[in-house]
Write a protein that binds this ligand. Structure first.
Ligand SMILES: Nc1ncnc2c1ncn2[C@@H]1O[C@H](COP(=O)(O)OP(=O)(O)OP(=O)(O)O)[C@@H](O)[C@H]1O
Ligand SMILES: [Mg+2]
Length: 384
């Protein structure tokens, strides 16, 4: 999908704004605090039904106002048009999303229909932060390609909540064991589906990383591992994954009762990132420089694009939109130019920057088709 037009009313620092975009590269330039990220946030809300920055709807209403509207006009390569409208009114906290003017009742049905990959400064938590950040990021990604995965995640998390609230009640251990066992069976059923998908995802991502990383930088070999402290996923066949998962949950029962908390399961999974440099493998989290973190993240996001595009090829054939928010600050000119060469291969791309030099480095890299939007105090205009 491509976003052709965006209309904003009272969204953050935009009183009223309408914009048309290039189907290829869109630079959004402007000084700090003028509204570049806000534009990407608005686009993300149309695609995900919520903000990628996890801001609440209330926070998105222009200060002193009561409501906001965002509308996007989308089109795809087959010329299937789609209009998405996101309306929010503070009085009554009412949020409405309309697809082609029809009210969307089940938000999950919209996820993945306008695929999008985002990289923003906050994503540094993917390489520096806790496992939950990486799981969240990849869950959003895989869900856009697989509604079944999203459904399994929802079922798993609902079941886990029920199990946890049960563990908090002080029931007799015998009767508790029976009920917990029922929940464990369900967790193993949904969880093993999720693990299978995550394993498959990790191996696809590794292949993509091996291909894309050398295009950005020389002499590094990236590695992604999908791990769980209590279970060795790699050496399980599809058939015995579910039973091994169930056994693992069962083995934790006594400890779970005494701690009143679930201790095992996919909510403890991690995706570990490392790189081999000069023959040594090092964990990115502990040893990478700032520029190496950035390079890894950019490569990861380019691979996410390829993963999503490749998987959607078998179903909707949609091509993801890329949103790159202010990601070039620690990168040297040569890395930006190499990145620019890669970007030509992608579909519609948005790149925000407070620095005109970034656009120059891009042009040195030889980009094909671009448009530049200048943002000044909540007003956007075209610079070319
Ligand atoms: N609800 C709101 N009402 C009015 N203004 C808001 C609201 N929420 C945020 N803003 C303002 O929007 C402005 C622009 O924010 P944005 O994050 O888009 O800037 P930016 O151009 O990306 O800046 P930077 O280069 O520093 O990343 C900020 O000054 C912020 O205070
Ligand atoms: Mg910003």
């Amino acid at each position: 999908m491509l976003i052709e037009k965006l209309f904003l009313t009272q969204f953050k620092n935009y009183k009223i704004c309408s914009l048309s975009f290039s189907p290829k590269i869109n630079f959004i330039v402007g000084n700090n605090g003028n509204g570049k990220t806000n534009l990407l946030e608005a686009i993300s809300m149309l695609c995900f039904t919520k903000s990628f920055l996890l801001n609440s709807d209330d926070e998105c209403v222009m200060l002193g106002e009561n409501y906001f509207n965002i509308r996007g006009e989308f089109n795809n390569l087959k010329h299937n048009r789609k209009s998405v409208q996101y309306n929010y009114d503070k009085s009554g906290s009412e949020k409405k999303i309309l697809i082609n003017k029809e009210l969307l009742s089940k938000y999950s049905e919209h996820i993945g229909t306008i695929p999008v990959v985002i990289l923003s400064p906050k994503d540094i938590v993917l390489t520096t932060g806790s496992p939950s950040e990486r799981r969240r990021n990849f869950d959003i990604l895989i869900s856009q390609a697989s509604p079944v995965y999203l459904d399994n995640l929802r079922k798993y998390s609902r079941t886990l909540k029920q199990k946890n609230s049960l563990l908090k009640e002080s029931l007799q251990t015998d009767s508790l064991e029976k009920v917990v066992d029922g929940w464990n069976e369900k967790l193993a059923e949904y969880g093993s589906q999720i693990i299978k998908k995550r394993l498959q995802f990790t191996s696809e991502m590794q292949i993509l990383m091996d291909k894309i990383f050398p295009e950005l930088v020389d002499n590094y070999q990236p590695i992604i591992k999908y791990v769980n402290e209590q279970m060795d996923y790699e050496n399980k066949s599809d058939e015995n994954l579910q039973s091994a998962f169930y056994e693992c949950l069962k083995n934790n029962f006594r400890d779970e009762v005494s701690r009143k908390l679930s201790l095992a399961g996919i909510q403890r999974d991690d995706f570990q990132f490392s790189m081999i440099k000069n023959g040594e493998e090092f964990a990115i989290r502990n040893f990478a420089s700032q520029g190496e973190h950035k390079t890894f993240l950019i490569a990861l996001k380019l691979c996410e694009f390829e993963y999503l595009k490749g998987n959607l090829m078998r179903t909707t054939e949609e091509v993801p939109i890329m949103l790159f928010d202010d990601i070039f600050s620690e990168l040297d000119g040569s890395r930006i130019s190499r990145f620019a060469k890669l970007v030509n291969r992608y579909g519609q791309v948005f790149i925000t920057t407070a620095n005109n030099g970034t656009i120059m480095n891009f042009n040195n890299g030889g980009i094909n088709e671009s448009s530049t939007i200048k943002v000044e105090y909540g007003a956007a205009s075209y610079a070319n």
